[in-house]
Design a protein around this ligand. Structure first.
Ligand code: ADP
Ligand code: MG
Length: 259
């Protein structure tokens, strides 16, 4: 089976005025299978967002290419839903209107839009707030609204850039479990960036560890834990061992090389 997403020797160089050319991403090659859940970790500035923005079609690569279902990415597309850390809701639209907005772009008729939007609003437990404006919502609720909007379009691929980064620990754990539930049911392909090592291990089939200067793939750590992931798994010695391995890879790469 060919991969769902394929990074082929993808590099991105930024030219900063008055400063030397900067390599944000250096020849990233990575295959993500259909239905796979990949998390990406690495120190700040190692090119995680750059890689994801290229896959999203929001940023062109300097060289190399990203293939989705074998077709080169040349811009955004409805099969790729993107969720950023900052909520990116339209402040003048209600929760329901925000969720419906993406559906409008797909040309779905109004009555159906409403039904689909309400389904996903319920899914993220915002049913009581469908008519509220974003300013009435907490950070976690806004992020749930952004997630509902992305899910509603039913993208085959979810690209998530530190989506839970700004949330408190409890909300974060709830959204992780919710995300895993929908993923188990629908088997979307997910590329999920996080700086939280626990989160990376808890969610993933494989953890992609990146390194900085220049931003590049360092190693891939398979997570051989069963789904559904539960609190029991989160507290297991196997989980702890994986978390420690990822942590060392990110924060003490030299220690691990000499080990
Ligand atoms: P990460 O998401 O891993 O923290 P990024 O992909 O955002 O890293 O950035 C990688 C590097 O590229 C960083 O050093 C960042 O400063 C630089 N960079 C990102 N975007 C730009 C840009 N538009 N212009 C110049 N440099 C950039
Ligand atoms: Mg980033």
């Amino acid at each position: 089976m060919s991969p769902k997403i394929s990074f082929k020797d993808v590099s991105r160089v930024f030219e900063v005025s008055g400063r030397p050319v900067f390599t944000a991403l250096d020849r990233l090659s990575l295959d993500i299978d259909d239905g796979e859940f990949i998390t990406v970790v690495g120190p700040s500035g190692c090119g995680k967002s750059t890689a994801m923005n290229i896959a999203a079609g929001l940023l062109p690569p300097s060289s190399g290419r990203v293939l989705v279902d074998g077709v080169e990415v040349r811009g955004p597309g409805p099969e790729r839903g993107v969720i950023f850390q900052q909520y990116a809701l339209f402040p003048w639209l209600t929760v329901r209107e925000n969720v419906e907005f993406g559906l409008r772009l797909t040309g779905m008729p109004k009555a159906e839009r409403r039904k689909v939007a309400d389904h996903f609003i319920d899914l993220v437990n915002l049913g009581h707030f469908a008519d509220s404006l974003p300013k009435m919502l907490s950070g976690g609720m806004k992020q749930r609204c952004a997630i509902a909007r992305a899910y509603a379009v039913n993208p085959k691929i979810l690209l998530m850039d530190e989506p839970f980064g700004a949330l408190d620990a409890l909300t974060r754990v709830q959204l992780q479990d919710q995300l895993l539930q929908t993923w188990s049911r629908d088997r979307r392909t997910v590329m999920f960036i996080t700086h939280d090592v626990d989160e990376a291990v808890y969610l993933a089939n494989r953890v992609v560890v990146m390194a900085a200067r220049p931003g590049r793939l360092d190693r891939i750590i398979p997570v051989d834990l069963p789904y559904p992931r539960t609190e029991e798994i989160r507290l297991s010695p196997e989980f702890a061992a994986l978390r420690n391995e990822v942590w060392r890879a990110v924060y003490h790469p030299r220690l691990q090389q000499s080990a």
